[in-house]
Design a protein around this ligand. Structure first.
Ligand code: GDP
Ligand code: FE
Ligand code: FE
Ligand code: FE
Length: 195
């Protein structure tokens, strides 16, 4: 894909290189899988293919940064200090968008927001938010029970795919007895819970 230059000064190949430098080969393959899936979903559901590509390539940009660096940025850039009680799972998207903005000079709010909510989802999600959230879950490299079903649903109805992913992610977190981030509960209440 050729980028327009509206959202990043970098060509796609250069953006890919900048992302690749930040992570393991395995995680980079995941990122490329998310990009492929996000572009397909954007085509199907009528979102910008370019924004889908950029958001997908950058969604896990900060995932391999140290806890120390995240804690420093949370304090320095006036994030809610409650975030300090959480960890990389929650930080790498929500705070990671800040690294993407500063280091890759991507300022498009829609792209940054899709990065912020890609892990937990949100009660209110834009089309691009949903595409990145779902693509992250169903990209070709993902292998877990239920992923085939998630892929099928994503081809039929994107909101249903958001609901399916949210329900199964929450069930998985409960099974592991890990702390549930409040935003994850908000996503569940909006997209899964029966009124
Ligand atoms: P990845 O970065 O491509 O591996 O995928 P995600 O960004 O979607 O998720 C990162 C990790 O965060 C996964 O292991 C999720 O299960 C986990 N996660 C998602 N929501 C929550 C939450 O509310 N609490 C905790 N503790 N972990 C979560
Ligand atoms: Fe992630
Ligand atoms: Fe995800
Ligand atoms: Fe990811």
């Amino acid at each position: 894909m050729n980028y327009s230059g509206k959202y990043t000064k970098l060509e796609r190949e250069l953006l890919m290189q900048r992302v690749q430098m930040q992570m393991s080969e395995k995680r980079f393959r995941h990122v490329l899988g998310v990009e492929e899936t996000a572009i397909a979903l954007a085509g199907k559901y009528g979102a910008s293919l370019e924004k889908a590509s950029i958001a997908a390539l950058t969604h896990d940009y900060a995932k391999e940064r140290s806890d120390d660096e995240f804690q420093l940025v949370i304090r320095r850039d006036q994030f809610d200090l409650d975030l300090l009680h959480w960890g990389n799972e929650i930080w790498h998207g929500l705070v990671g968008a800040n690294f993407v903005q500063r280091e890759l000079e991507i300022d498009d709010e829609e792209i940054l927001q899709a990065i912020r909510v890609h892990t937990t989802g949100a009660a209110e999600m834009s089309l691009l938010d949903k595409i990145i959230y779902v693509a992250d879950y169903i990209e070709p490299g993902r292998k877990f029970p239920g992923v085939e079903k998630a892929r099928e649903i994503a081809l039929i109805n994107l909101d249903d795919a958001v609901a399916y992913e949210t329900k199964h992610t929450l069930a998985h977190l409960v099974e592991k007895e890990v702390p549930i981030y409040p935003k994850t509960i908000e996503t569940y209440n909006k997209w899964v819970a029966k009124k």
